[in-house]
Design a protein around this ligand. Structure first.
Ligand code: NAD
Length: 248
């Protein structure tokens, strides 16, 4: 029983933050979840909750192919892996640019490419990609590379959706505002000196959200569950904003 009963879900970056919350939420709804992360020890703990775990660095093309084979038939792919660079057009380095596109965009292509043939064979599947409100939806200061890559995710999403709309495959992406996760705390720490204190850096993130608070990873996971399951059967190609009013 559960809203995702019988579905097999493959999640990247399931070790912490939104990916972890989504893996737990999908399992709670009856799905079989293959939780993957670059840091194997982070997903190891999920095994205790009945979730299968696999180490996977999505930047490693051969490992992506192997993991997709090992996982078997997949109904839902949640492409969650991504990195938030804090830079501007003037400070972004070539290395940051290449890494940002490799992780935030190219790896999504590679993972979806590995999983899609199986979905097409069975005539069903839902691909959920992680974009951001900071993308083609909205600009944000000090997010030059990040916003550029996350805009590309929306294009990638619409392209997959268009290609396979008549073959049982749906593809959507999430555009969250600021979410309370471990990496957000790293960004807050990195901004503390410029903001004057950790508290001031945190307050600046909270102030962006019209609701006056950050999202929880569980609130974002609830949207992943919806897009993964048959309740959203008529939804494809969409970039769904979940941002506490940031874009109002
Ligand atoms: P996080 O940044 O705290 O954790 C990221 C996870 O990704 C870690 O477990 C890490 O080990 C894993 N990872 C990193 N590189 C990897 C790789 N090469 N292969 C596999 N796994 C790898 O988690 P988060 O903040 O929930 O972010 C997850 C996604 O959500 C990202 O794509 C991010 O851009 C997006 N997002 C986050 C926010 C936010 O405010 N936190 C807002 C919008 C979108």
């Amino acid at each position: 029983t559960g809203r995702l009963a019988g579905k097999r879900c493959f999640v990247t970056a399931a070790g912490q933050g939104i990916g972890r919350a989504a893996a737990l939420a999908m399992a709670a709804e009856g799905a079989t979840v293959i939780a993957t992360d670059r840091d194997a020890h982070k997903v190891g703990g999920l095994g205790a909750r009945g979730i299968t775990h696999l180490p996977l660095d999505v930047l490693d093309d051969a490992a992506v192919e192997r993991a997709a084979k090992e996982a078997g038939p997949i109904d839902v792919l949640f492409n969650c892996a991504g990195f938030v660079h804090q830079n501007t057009i003037l400070t972004c380095t070539d290395e940051e640019w290449d890494f940002g596109f490799a992780l935030n965009v190219r790896a999504m292509w590679k993972v979806a490419r590995a999983v899609l043939p199986g979905m097409l064979d069975r005539g069903r599947g839902s691909v959920v990609n992680m974009s951001s409100a900071c993308s083609s939806v909205k600009g944000a200061p000090n997010r030059f590379l990040y916003g550029t890559t996350k805009a590309a995710v929306i294009g990638l999403t619409k392209s997959i959706a268009t290609e396979y709309v008549a073959r049982g495959i749906r593809c959507n992406c999430l555009c969250p505002g600021t979410v309370e996760t471990p990496s957000l705390h790293e960004r807050i720490a990195a901004n503390a000196a410029a903001a004057g204190s950790v508290e001031a850096a945190q307050a600046a993130f909270v102030a962006r959200q019209a609701m006056g608070r950050l999202a929880t990873a569980e609130e974002i996971a609830a949207l992943v569950v919806y897009l993964a399951g048959d309740e959203s059967a008529f939804v494809t190609g969409q970039a769904i904003v979940i941002d506490g009013g940031w874009t109002l």
